[in-house]
Design a binder for this molecule. Structure first.
Ligand code: PEP
Ligand code: MG
Length: 589
């Protein structure tokens, strides 16, 4: 390890570009180790005082969070913390902890942990759903009190008051869903991979991010000055003034390229010989529409609707959802917005939705599987999407389809939702286009059957690659095997596109592969109609497409399909892109 005070360079995987420098903020997991300790009789009163002090601190923190959530969201969302405050003020619970300390002469942490667990377990077994949900409140509050007893207040990204570089072992999508773009300068994590939802969120926020740094959170201290190069995947701790100057120059050069690309904003993504691709944006929350429009997106090709659920502690109801969808549809009109129905599970878990702990969540009760098993929850979302479709520019897309039956079932529920709304006299688009994500290999293999039931396909390469190559997309250990250009992936892409063409429907790509500018000629050559990418990479992808002819893209795809290795395919793509737009290849590093 480098000496204190000297420059230290760490290398990981750059997942969101940009260069920033700022003080580190260490976000540690909120787990506390409970050690039982005996007390002398004289120590008991002091222990009770410690408990009362921790309760006062906890109450203050909860009120502050509640105020923040109310300001950021609304009163209703903030009301979840009323239940947490009730736990802190529950005298029966507190008295039981005090009695335990007095009678057993052991430290308050050990007693509190035990009493809270008993309370939570009892509540979790109640018939009444409301009481069952209170179990999570008891656990959460107990953890917060324990952190305060240990003198490590629980930190969360929403509570930052100054701009900071966030350093963490790992971040969950719910951590990032509530972060503030103004105060989070960059994200750096020990774990993670380019297609984890944390990385996707960082790109949406245009916040530089480096993941897979292994032990960064142990080598960086709170307050250390950190320089992050999100493109090169480099983190420099305590950079010297020479390093800072060098990076200032790099940042300025990249800025110039970006400024020039910005002039393409209103131009189509059309090859030199006239083949036009629809270049649209992926968004997680309605506020991301700003970036999509700023970078010239032709509509929203993927609205990951589950982030509405992740960003708040309570379930968004039909009207809240409809409002969010309508806002996006109105702002991008007349261009379309494709709303993907709830894709919870995998690495996305919302506190408002109960899901079981699974050994293999990516292969488990995720996305459409979960929605079909929870028809009420799904119905609410379908009705909300239909409400937002009145202006005729909303499309609906089901995630993680693996067979025709799932499409039939989802469509049947959609039809029922339409009938209900029609009976209520609510206006909606009766011809709303329905599409599916092709992200499970079985779906790609039966694409011709699926194509007769829907109006479009959008290939989710993030999952398609993970399921085809058996590579967990969030496991940094196997990132080296995660290869978008693997011959197996190219074959599945080609097969899907051909099946769609035969059925007369269109195909898009909305996985991160589409945002890799050097791969754009390959996807165009394979016959893709639409590419939906993170807003910030739209200008790069557009520049590459505009510098090619369709026939050279086709030739590239034909050659790529004959190669045996993903590395060879990638090299061929890079070579062509470098020939046509060297500046972009240099920019990408
Ligand atoms: C995908 O799998 O490629 C995709 C776009 O969906 P998500 O990344 O949200 O799983
Ligand atoms: Mg997916």
């Amino acid at each position: 390890m480098a000496e204190m005070g000297s420059e230290l360079e760490l290398r990981g995987v750059g997942v969101s570009s940009g260069v920033v420098i700022g003080p580190a903020f260490l976000l540690t997991p909120a787990d506390v180790r409970i050690v039982e300790r005996s007390l002398t009789p004289e120590e008991v009163p002091r222990e009770i005082v410690r408990l009362e002090e921790a309760l006062i601190t906890t109450r203050g923190q909860l009120r502050e969070i509640q105020r923040r959530v109310e300001r950021a969201l609304d009163r209703h969302s903030a009301s979840i913390f009323d239940a947490h405050l009730l736990v802190v003020d529950d005298r029966a619970f507190i008295e039981e902890v005090i009695r335990g300390v007095q009678s057993r002469h052991i430290n308050v942490e050990a007693v509190l942990h035990e009493v809270a667990r008993r309370y939570a377990d009892t509540l979790a077994q109640m018939d009444d759903e409301y009481l069952r949900e209170r179990a999570a409140d008891v656990r959460d509050v107990a953890r917060r009190i324990l952190m305060n007893l240990a003198g490590h207040p629980m930190s969360d990204l929403g509570s930052l008051t100054e701009p900071r570089v966030i350093v963490a072992p790992d971040l969950s999508p719910s951590d990032t869903a509530t972060m503030s773009r103004e105060r989070v300068l960059a994200l750096i994590t020990d774990l993670g991979s380019p297609t984890s939802h944390t990385a996707i969120m960082a790109r949406a926020f245009e916040i530089p991010a480096v993941v897979g740094l292994r032990d960064a959170s142990q080598r960086i201290s709170n307050g250390d000055l950190v320089l992050v190069d999100g493109q090169a995947g480099r983190v420099i701790v305590r950079p010297s003034s020479a390093t800072r100057e060098r990076y200032k120059r790099i940042a300025r050069a990249r800025e110039c390229v970006r400024d020039r690309l910005q002039t393409l904003r209103d131009l189509p993504a059309r090859t030199r010989d006239g083949y036009e691709v629809v270049l649209s944006a992926n968004i997680e929350l309605p506020r991301d529409v700003d970036a999509a429009l700023r970078h010239g997106a032709r509509g929203i090709g993927l609205f990951r609707s589950e982030f509405l659920y992740l960003a708040q502690p309570t379930l968004p109801d039909e009207f809240e959802q409809a409002q969010a969808y309508e806002e996006v549809a109105r702002r991008v009109a007349p261009a379309p917005v494709i709303i993907r129905t709830l894709d919870l599970g995998g690495d996305k878990f919302a506190s408002s939705v109960q899901m079981p702990n699974e050994v293999n969540p990516y292969l488990g009760w995720r996305a459409i599987r979960f929605c079909l098993a929870q028809p009420e929850l799904f119905r609410t979302q379908l009705r909300a999407i239909l409400r937002a479709s009145a202006a005729r520019n909303v499309k609906i897309m089901y995630p993680m389809i693996s067979n025709v039956e799932e499409v039939n079932q989802a469509n049947a529920l959609l039809e029922r939702a339409k009938q209900e709304l029609a009976a209520d006299g609510v206006e909606f688009d009766p011809q709303i286009e329905v599409g599916i994500m092709i992200e499970v290999p079985s779906a790609a293999l039966v694409a011709s059957q699926l194509a007769t039931r829907v109006r479009f396909f959008s290939i989710g390469t993030n999952d398609l690659i993970q399921y085809t190559l058996a590579v967990d997309r969030v496991n940094a250990q196997v990132t080296y095997l995660y290869e978008p250009t693997h011959p197996a992936i190219l074959r599945l892409l080609r097969q899907t596109i051909e099946a769609a063409r035969r059925a007369g429907i269109w195909t898009g790509v909305c996985g991160e592969m589409g945002g890799q500018a050097v791969l754009a000629p390959l996807l165009v050559g394979l016959g893709i109609d639409e590419l939906s990418v993170s807003p910030a990479v739209i200008p790069l992808v557009k520049e590459v497409i505009r510098s090619m002819t369709y026939s050279e893209c086709e030739a590239l795809a034909a050659r790529a399909l004959e190669l045996e290795r993903g590395t060879e395919v990638l090299a061929a793509c890079r070579a062509l892109t470098e020939q046509r737009c060297p500046e972009i290849v240099e920019y990408l590093g």
